[in-house]
Design a protein around this ligand. Structure first.
Ligand SMILES: C[S@@+](CC[C@H](N)C(=O)[O-])C[C@H]1O[C@@H](n2cnc3c(N)ncnc32)[C@H](O)[C@@H]1O
Length: 262
C-alpha cells in the first residue's frame, strides 16, 4: 500500500510513526507499507487521518521542556499556557522568594503546577504543590504525572476551593473559558467541561475572585488565563471586589491576568 503524500501533515506523520513503531524519517523515506502495516493503518484510519489529537493517540504531550501523560477526557496542554510558568518564575525571582506554596486550580494533567515545581526545585527554591481538579480523569492523570516526574504533591478532587485547605504563595488558574460555539475542529475530541465554563464565561472566575483572599499568604501572586474577549468583564469584576487585578499579556486571543499583593 502506498500513502498519498498530501495526507502527510506533521500530526499525521507523528501518528503514523507511533502506530507503525517506525521513526518519522523512516515513514517519510518509505511511504510504501507492508500488508501488516496496512492492516494497522486501516484499523486506526479514522484517528490517523482526521484532526483527532495526536496527543490522545500517543498518550503523551509536551509542555515547557517536559513530557506529560495525557488521556482522552483530559484537556491537552497548550503552548501559550507556558506564559503562566514564565510569569510565576519571574515573580519568584524578582521577589527573591526562597520558599513557595503553589496551588494549581483546574489543573487538568497537572502540567502547569508540576512544571513550576520542577523549575523551582531546579533553581533552588523550596516549594510545595497542590493540584486541584473537579474531573476524576484529570486527577488520575495528575497522579500519574507526579509519579512520572518523581515529585510529591497533594492531589485533590474538588469543585474549585471547596476541599482545599491552607494558604498559598502562588495560585495558577486556567479554568474553562470558551463559548459553546467555539467548540469546533479538534476541540470536539476534548472534554467539554474542560473547555466551556458557563454561559457568561465568568461564573468560575467570579467564584475564584470571591474566595481568593482566604487562600493567599500576605505576599502572593495569582496568574490566570482567559480569552481576550472576557478581559473587560473580568477587570470590572476585579474592581468591584477591590482586587489588584491587571492584564499582563495577550497572545493569539488568549489573555493572562494577575492578582498580587503589591
Ligand atoms: C482549560 S483546562 C486547563 C487544564 C490545565 N491547567 C492546563 O492548562 O493544561 C480546565 C480544567 O478545569 C477543570 N474544571 C472545570 N471546572 C472546574 C471546577 N469547577 N473546579 C475544578 N476544576 C474544574 C477541568 O476538568 C479541566 O481539567
Amino acid at each position: 500500500m502506498r500513502i498519498n503524500g498530501h495526507l502527510l501533515t506533521k500530526s499525521v506523520l507523528k501518528k503514523l510513526s507511533h502506530c507503525l513503531k517506525r521513526t518519522e524519517a523512516s515513514v517519510i523515506a518509505n511511504l510504501v507499507f507492508t500488508d501488516k502495516e496496512f492492516q494497522k493503518i486501516k484499523r486506526k484510519e479514522n484517528k490517523l487521518f482526521s484532526n483527532y489529537p495526536v496527543e490522545y493517540l500517543i498518550g503523551q504531550c509536551d509542555f515547557y521542556k517536559y513530557k506529560f501523560y495525557i488521556q482522552r477526557g483530559v484537556f491537552i496542554p497548550r503552548p501559550e499556557t507556558e506564559n503562566i510558568v514564565e510569569f510565576v518564575l519571574d515573580w519568584l525571582k524578582s521577589k527573591k522568594i526562597d520558599s513557595a506554596k503553589i496551588l494549581d486550580l483546574c489543573s487538568g494533567s497537572g502540567c502547569v503546577g508540576i512544571t513550576i515545581l520542577l523549575e523551582c526545585l531546579r533553581q533552588g527554591i523550596r516549594a510545595s504543590l497542590t493540584l486541584v481538579d473537579k474531573s476524576k480523569k484529570a486527577i488520575a492523570t495528575c497522579l500519574k504525572n507526579t509519579k512520572l516526574h518523581k515529585i510529591n504533591a497533594a492531589v485533590i478532587q474538588s469543585d474549585l476551593f471547596k476541599h482545599v485547605k491552607g494558604k498559598f504563595t502562588v495560585i495558577v488558574f486556567n479554568p474553562p473559558y470558551l463559548m459553546p460555539n467555539e467548540i469546533t475542529g479538534s476541540l470536539q475530541y476534548e472534554p467539554r467541561r474542560a473547555l466551556v465554563g458557563s454561559k457568561d464565561g465568568i461564573t468560575l472566575y467570579k467564584s475564584f475572585f470571591e474566595n481568593l483572599p482566604s487562600f493567599v499568604e500576605d505576599d502572593f501572586l495569582t496568574v490566570m488565563e482567559t480569552s481576550e474577549a472576557l478581559v473587560p468583564k473580568l477587570i470590572t469584576l476585579g474592581q468591584k471586589l477591590k482586587l489588584n487585578l491587571r492584564l499582563i499579556k495577550t497572545e493569539s486571543k488568549v489573555a493572562f491576568l494577575a492578582v498580587s499583593s503589591v
